[in-house]
Write a protein that binds this ligand. Structure first.
Ligand SMILES: [Zn+2]
Length: 87
């Protein structure tokens, strides 16, 4: 995962800190970054809901599923510059 502005590498695990209201800051150039709402995001959302639906009776599998989906998400997400905040 790289900053789209300066190409500085960013730890994939930091994607979990991004919310709708709190963007990620690039350590190098200070740009505020957010995740792009694209096909990848859509697939991850479908996987997450499918897992909840399938494993609701087995909480252990549900927890494992959520962790796996979050890891896949962290390594496939696309970062974009946050348009709502000044850079
Ligand atoms: Zn940067």
């Amino acid at each position: 995962m790289h900053c789209p502005k300066c190409k500085n590498p960013i730890s994939p695990l930091k994607v979990w800190l991004i919310t709708r209201w709190s963007p990620l800051r690039c350590d190098h150039c200070g740009a505020s970054l957010t995740r792009s709402i694209d096909r990848q995001f859509f697939i991850m959302a479908v996987l997450m809901f499918a897992g909840i639906f399938l494993f609701i009776q087995t909480p252990l599998f549900l927890v494992v599923w959520i962790i796996v989906v979050m890891l896949i998400d962290a390594y496939t997400v696309q970062l974009v510059l946050d348009q709502e905040r000044p850079q």
